[in-house]
Design a protein around this ligand. Structure first.
Ligand code: FAD
Length: 502
């Protein structure tokens, strides 16, 4: 377990403070090789090709390569560029990868896809849980080369290809901050469109709450700015409606906040006390000061040879002197371990970042609006019963509340404003594990855990922890906002050029 559980939202026990992993741009783009007959288009189970995507005749890739840096299977960099951070999708083979550096190149690529009916996938950080940005059998519109950053006062504009690590470093160098996730290689584009939760969420809201505008290339090829005054419906949908449906984002502008000092602690309890600690933690964080945030994790598997482990991280951006008073109700549960830190924003985000190394995992989610009641024992049962072959598996309950609730559920596409927490069920396997069995073991572990908790938490889910198997994903992710979101998607992509399943 190197990367997946090093990021705080899924941090494993022993690894808390590792500096940010570098995210390198790859080179070695090769000119297009010979044109390819239509029949050669392949598809994989992760992303079936949409109906009617087989146009007659070969695809004239050379024509696209004259205008856009294009990587095709024969290119030397193809096998590196096609990989996403999750080895689970390493079998995905895109038809081509359009390495777009400008909005004009994105527009050209979309026009080409439309003309030749080539299915597309959008790629920023590549962390799509179901592997949709891996682009098996598709033309990948890859914005990773878009890494420019610029400041206007305290507003930061970032290229859509940026991941969190360089953004956090740039913010800190200006003594500013944003409430984002903490995994260094997650893309700001995917994160923001799904909402964006992390260690500063209760204090400052979601990442998307700080979005002031976005540059978007629409399915038609038109380039627009989405903001409160321009294409307001599109702007509404970009904040929590999930990526892959509205257009290709090429740049995002955020209103930043002053960088806080982050006081934090890490508390541990013996597993035997889990059923009592879970409701106490939810009760405490549900009414805690908005400047506090916390995640509670119950994890088992090979990484926990002495059995299930339970711990909570708490962050506080209020005055250090007020930390213990804020924490008091949780300390009443008598944790057996406590590790305190006071850090700068940058040092805190680096401590929670982990290595950023690739890691194979399966995951799904709930969004909890209430405490689980008697189902707390169900949580303990599943977290204590991790099947063999999994490196680390269990549940992570990450607090919402605080400033997340300062906006109305319908004011952005992110509907879960009144919820208590996002809940993630995760299972990872090591690279040496049985490549056939491990993905299924992991998949069934997280699905059965979610199913067991559904009576308590219903079907609410978080789009950034997308799950291809959800029965009614639109309602689960977007609730009462789903009908409007469907409308906005239909308005901006009337011919369904963007065919991601959810
Ligand atoms: C290790 C790890 C840690 C995580 N930590 C957090 C966390 O702390 N907080 C949190 O909220 N989430 C977290 N997530 C979830 C993450 O926010 C989502 O997986 C997010 O969608 C990833 O965005 P991406 O750009 O990296 O991925 P991608 O796979 O590139 O894209 C994600 C989605 O956006 C679409 N998309 C990509 N590029 C564009 C574009 N230019 N325009 C429009 N749509 C586009 C894709 O079609 C896809 O649907 C984590 C995920 C992982 C794997």
């Amino acid at each position: 377990m190197s990367s997946w559980n090093d990021g705080l939202m899924t941090a494993s026990w022993s690894r808390r403070a590792t500096l940010l992993g570098g995210v390198g741009a790859l080179t070695g783009l090769a000119a297009c090789d010979s044109q390819e007959p239509a029949a050669a288009r392949s598809s994989s189970p992760a992303l079936a090709l949409p109906a009617g995507s087989a146009s007659a005749g070969p695809i004239p890739w050379r024509r696209l390569a004259r205008h856009v840096p294009l990587v095709r299977p024969a290119s030397s960099s193809y096998d590196q560029l096609r990989l996403t951070p999750n080895p689970r999708w390493d079998s995905a083979r895109p038809l081509a990868i359009a390495r777009c550096t400008t909005a004009a190149q994105v527009a050209t690529t979309l026009a080409f896809a439309r003309e030749h009916q080539v299915p597309i996938a959008l790629r920023a950080g590549g962390h799509s849980y179901p592997g949709w940005s891996a682009g098996a059998g598709r033309l990948v519109v890859d914005v990773r080369p878009m890494t420019a950053m610029s400041w206007s006062g305290t507003s930061l504009t970032v290229g859509a290809g940026l991941t969190l690590a360089p953004i956090v470093a740039a913010l800190a160098s200006h003594d500013r901050a944003l409430p984002t996730g903490s995994c260094p290689t997650v893309g700001v584009t995917g994160l923001t469109q799904g909402g964006g939760v992390g260690v500063l969420t209760r204090a400052y809201g979601l990442t998307c709450d700080h979005l002031r505008s976005a540059e978007v290339v629409l399915a038609s090829g038109q380039r627009v700015t989405a903001s409160a005054d321009s294409h307001p419906d599109l702007f509404w949908a970009l904040r929590g409606g999930g990526g892959g449906h509205l257009g290709v984002v090429t740049a995002l502008t955020f209103a930043t906040v002053a960088a806080p000092t982050v006081v934090s602690t890490y508390l541990t309890w013996p597993a035997a006390r889990a059923a009592a600690v879970i409701p106490a933690w939810l009760d405490w964080i549900g009414s805690a000061d908005a400047r506090a945030w916390s995640t509670l994790k119950l994890l088992g598997g090979a990484a926990h040879p002495s059995g299930m482990s339970m711990g909570a991280t708490v962050t506080w951006v209020g005055p250090p002197a007020g930390f213990d008073a804020m924490l008091a109700p949780l300390l009443a549960t008598r944790p057996t371990g406590r590790f305190d830190h006071t850090r700068s924003y940058l040092a805190a985000m680096q401590a929670y970042a982990g290595s950023g190394a690739r890691e194979a995992f399966a995951a799904t989610s709930h969004v909890a609006y209430d405490a689980p009641g008697a189902a707390a024992s169900t949580i303990v049962a599943h977290a204590s019963d991790v099947p063999p072959g999994l490196h680390e598996a269990g549940i992570s309950i990450d607090a919402l509340g605080g400033h997340v609730g300062s906006l109305a559920p319908r004011s952005t596409a992110f509907v879960h404003r009144a919820a208590l927490a996002t809940v993630q069920y995760t299972a990872t396997w090591a690279s040496g594990a049985d490549a056939t069995r491990a993905p299924h073991t992991a998949r069934s572990y997280v699905s059965s855990f979610r199913a067991a908790m559904t009576p308590a938490w219903g079907q609410h889910a978080y789009v950034n922890y997308a799950d291809a198997s959800l029965a009614d994903p639109g309602t689960s992710y977007f609730g009462a906002n789903w009908p409007r979101l469907q409308q906005v998607r239909a308005t901006y992509d009337p011919d369904r050029l963007f065919t991601q399943p959810q």
